[in-house]
Design a binder for this molecule. Sequence first.
Ligand code: UT7
Length: 325
Amino acid sequence: MGVRIAGTGSHLPARIVTNDQLATWVDTSDEWIVQRTGIQSRHLLEASEIPSDMGVDAGKKALEAAHVLPEQVDLLLVATNFPDLICPGTAPFVADGLGLDSAPFFDLKAGCSGFVYGVAVANGLIESGLFPRILVIGIEALSRVTDWSDRRTCVLFGDGAGAALLEKATGPSAILGSALYGDASKSMFLNLPAGGTRLPASAETVAQGAHFLKMEGSGVFRNAAPMMETATLAALADAGLTLADVDWIIPHQANQRIIGALVRKLDVSADRVIVNLDRVANTSTASIPIALDEEIRSGKIQPGDVIVMTAFGAGVTYGAIVVRI
Ligand code: UT7
């Protein structure tokens, strides 16, 4: 029968920072940010807040929506690029917060494609019979790795988490197709140089700002739309569908101009493309599940709707999944 998304949840920090507020921190303007990215505001964690707690809240909401108890979860898969701690990551803290009993958990690091990768992997694990119910959560606290004096990156990002509970399908609602890709020749497009085992954190790395996210913005920009186009068409072919069968496209929320380029390449109506980056900015692995959850809860996405979710990100990774809700 396949695998379905039985419930979703999301969490955004309470603190909202507008472009005008950002313009008091760095040399930028609301006009530049809106014109170049479409972003108007973002939610950012307070210094006292813990990133994994966003995932706990999103996960609780997904379990409630799916009518599944924490002890019924067979595996927790947390997609994140910047874990609470380098070791043991983020998943154990989320498992503890959710009260997952002795279910296994692990972090999956696949750039901003982490949620798409996670759902595709979870789909295979459920189909194999190994884990009947899997909670996939994308969590990202980009504000904690952003150089707030670098206007080229700091205006782009926000914090948040989004979750989906996957289980065996009992009706038409199902994951219909997927396509995952990597292009390791572009591995340094997005990177955080220090703090890993190649360049451990030291007074020098901190002085150099090497513990902040670095990005080759124009390289990412040029490749993003073609990659999401390739993945979308391949995932649809895997599902035996065409764009005419699709009700909604949820692209990774990085930049309105990238989404616009994807819309033109696919030749679809912009009305069928879900966008929330104006309010939440780029939340990396959390961007797609937050948008999915918001529009399921708003009623825009209805049971039976066919959705393509497509992403690209550090690695570089890219991919797409096709789902009937
Ligand atoms: O999840 C994936 C994560 N990353 C991305 O998705 C990023 C993809 N890349 C992008 O979205 C775009 O490349 C950016 C939004 C990052 C940059 O847009 P752009 O149109 O490629 O601008 P640019 O980098 O060519 O910069 C144009 C000018 C430069 O000034 P000069 O050299 O022409 O005088 C920049 O210094 O804009 C300047 N600039 C800014 N000005 C005001 C760059 N950032 C800002 C800023 N405010 N925040």
